[in-house]
Design a protein around this ligand. Sequence first.
Ligand SMILES: [Fe+2]
Length: 211
Amino acid sequence: MKYLPAAITAAGLTMTIAALVVWQLGGLGTSAVAQQALSSVSDQQNAQLEQDLSPPPAGVASVAMCTSGEPGERLEFYGKILDENDRPLRAASVIAYSTDVTGLYVPHDAEKTMGRNPRLRAVAVTDENGWYRFTTIKPSPYPDISEPAHIHMHIDAAVHRHMYRTVWFDGDPLITDAKRGSLDAETVIVPLTRREDGVHVFRHDIRLSGS
Ligand SMILES: [Fe+2]
């Protein structure tokens, strides 16, 4: 659990008030206001890393994991790749892949020709400010609903350790209390919000360790 402890325990009462502001305002339309409140109340790097939900500047290139005709609800996600001192890492690679709206990486009848290479996938290279951005569709859980819906990410940057992440979406009914309480170190639960244009969005910043 990456988000709640930072809000409640690390930054203390002021941070909690800021979190309540976010909760009260709700929605991405007010996130900039909420973010200002969050940014101003804590100088703890971890808390800021976990809580900053503001989107990248409009000029940050978006990498598509699927075509615009892919079935499913639109999803956009983005974030910054940072070094161990929270400096933006330029030219880091971010590979992202997920299941499609049927919960499959590859259609059953196409496995022989496509292998296990996920059909919905892409790689982004971070810009000079460490930003990556993907557009895709909201993945569905595996058909046997054994796991919450998720996106996998592999992050690499020169002279830094490889990072692997699995991203779950807060509010997914498949995230049981038991699963939430026993998350492995590679899995994070991100808050998913819906933009005015109907697109689901989340931000996930990732700090790499030096090699
Ligand atoms: Fe998976």
